[in-house]
Structure formats: C-alpha cells, structure tokens
Design a protein. Structure first.
Length: 85
C-alpha cells in the first residue's frame, strides 16, 4: 500500500514541478503582473505550442495520477480479494 502512495505522490510532485516551470515560461509575461495565471501567447511557434500542450497535460496528470494510485488501484485490489473469497 505504501508503494502506491509514493507512486501517486511522485507523479503529483513531478507533474506539478513541470507544470510550474512551463507556466513560468508561458504564463508570466512580466514580473510585476499576474504570475502563472496570465493567458498563453496568441500565436505560439511550434515548440511553444508543444510546451503549452505539455503544460496542460501536466495539470491532467497531476490530478489523475494520484487518483489512480491512491483510490482506483487499491479499490481494484480490495474488490479482487473480496471476489476471490
């Protein structure tokens, strides 16, 4: 059970850190303005578009990773052991 917890926590931490790095690059236009919440650039280049998509994917992974490892996998294991009995 502890290994599922640490896997979910690792996914949450790594995805959160990567989201913060990418959000700092793409959602912070100036130091005194809004930070991490500004809109993304209007016409991004190819690599910028990849970074923006990756940033959005990290938010989804930051939410879904712990849900899978903390709730769904243990619930599946409990259901499987209950069914086996």
């Amino acid at each position: 059970m502890a290994d599922e917890f640490i896997k979910g926590f690792t996914i949450f931490s790594a995805a959160g850190l990567l989201w913060m790095v990418l959000a700092t690059w793409y959602r912070t236009p100036e130091f005194d303005g809004p930070q991490l919440t500004a809109p993304v650039p209007e016409n991004p280049g190819t690599y910028d578009a990849i970074g923006i998509v990756l940033m959005d994917a990290m938010v989804a992974m930051m939410l879904l990773g712990p849900i899978v490892f903390w709730f769904l996998i243990p619930a599946y294991q409990q259901a499987r052991s209950a069914y086996a009995e």
